[in-house]
Design a protein around this ligand. Structure first.
Ligand SMILES: [Zn+2]
Length: 364
């Protein structure tokens, strides 16, 4: 049976990645102290002081009620879209006291990347477990992974099971990297059978070059951090210019126009059309993800084969029953009453995926 496993933030949270609401507290608590006076941190401090009246250097961060990442980035995106600004945060052309909105936006994305990257160094326990179980039961090659996470838990777990002799199956992101053009590169173009991983909101190990439009992969590490730590290490493999991240933040105004990202979306959609079962893990189906809803609806309503079966794993220890009921309703109102909304977690699914996959055979 062909399946698609859709990984949301909750799947990464199982490996201790901070959730959106903790990003600011985490960053200002643990990462700011290392480098208080670089441009990025000075800019961020001024911004939070001016716009939210929070002093990230001196306030007691345990008590600060930070806005969500989505709120902060959302208002900046809106300002850019409307060509307006906030007091003391102008565009490049006027009132350039504290840098432009665009720079600030980039700083915020790096801040988020930093918090996720630090936590990514924790284990890949559940992702690895899931892969092992799928592999053992001959299901892995019939599985497509679709992820909205930027961290590289699933990536590293897939690369780890590669074995030149016993399991020569490569990870395929569905995009062409500049790395493929260099014979000495450790990351080769996938050939033969491969495991597909489509990261529809970008990835911490992708460096995009706006000058020659190529994409450099930094295998096994969140290369985006190089942009923050040492620009010289974050250059384009092709032309040597500085790169920028491809990370689509969780806001309403998502810019998906990057050519590599468009490719990934196309491939994700055509993969979805071929699967029998779609399994959501740790994804709460947020309002802001209208692009995903659009893709799912198109896939769901134009199938040649049987209807797409859908299963959801989005529980965790501390979740309230009332939140689960709301989430279940959200899934069902959009995707139909046949969605099987389990009361189990990503950890439960990873521990015995075959049990659930077999169960789905009896689903409508
Ligand atoms: Zn380049």
């Amino acid at each position: 049976m062909k399946i698609c496993i859709f990984l949301g933030a909750g799947a990464s949270a199982a490996e201790n990645i901070p959730i959106q609401n903790e990003l600011f507290t985490d960053y200002f608590k643990y990462s700011l102290t290392n480098n208080k006076n670089n441009d990025m941190n000075k800019n961020l401090r001024t911004f939070f002081k001016e716009v939210f009246n929070i002093d990230v250097f001196n306030d007691d961060l345990n008590k600060v009620n930070f806005p969500t990442f989505e709120e902060v980035l959302g208002i900046l995106d809106m300002a850019e879209q409307r060509r307006e600004s906030f007091k003391n945060f102008g565009t490049e052309t006027y009132n350039n006291k504290n840098g432009s909105i665009n720079i600030l936006r980039q700083y915020l994305i790096l801040l988020m990347a930093n918090a996720i990257n630090n936590a990514s160094k924790s284990s890949n326990k559940y992702h690895e477990l899931l892969l092992k179980k799928l592999l053992k039961n001959n299901q892995l090659l019939d599985t497509t992974f679709l992820s909205v996470n930027y961290d590289i838990h699933i990536d590293n777990s897939i690369s780890t099971i590669y074995d030149k002799v016993k399991f020569p199956i490569m990870l395929d992101y569905g995009v062409d990297f500049a790395n493929f053009n260099f014979s000495n590169s450790s990351w080769k173009r996938p050939y033969g059978q491969s495991i597909k991983l489509y990261k529809i909101h970008g990835s911490l190990n992708w460096l995009y070059c706006p000058i020659c439009s190529s994409l450099t992969l930094t295998p096994y590490e969140g290369g985006v951090m190089r942009i923050l730590n040492n620009q010289e290490d974050a250059t384009c493999l092709n032309c040597g210019e500085h790169t920028i991240p491809i990370i689509v933040p969780p806001t309403y105004f998502k810019d998906m126009s990057n050519v590599y990202l468009s490719n990934v979306w196309n491939k994700a959609e055509s993969a979805l059309r071929k699967v029998d079962l779609l399994i959501f893990c740790g994804y709460s189906f947020p309002e802001a993800d209208i692009h995903i809803k659009y893709m799912l609806k198109r896939v769901q309503t134009s199938r040649k084969n049987n209807p797409l079966k859908i299963m959801v794993f989005n529980n965790h220890d501390k979740k309230l029953e009332s939140s689960l009921i709301k989430e279940e309703k959200r899934y069902k109102r959009f995707l139909g009453e046949n969605v099987f909304f389990t009361r189990d977690s990503f950890q439960d699914f990873s521990s015995d995926p075959i049990k659930y996959i077999n169960f789905s055979k009896d689903m409508k």
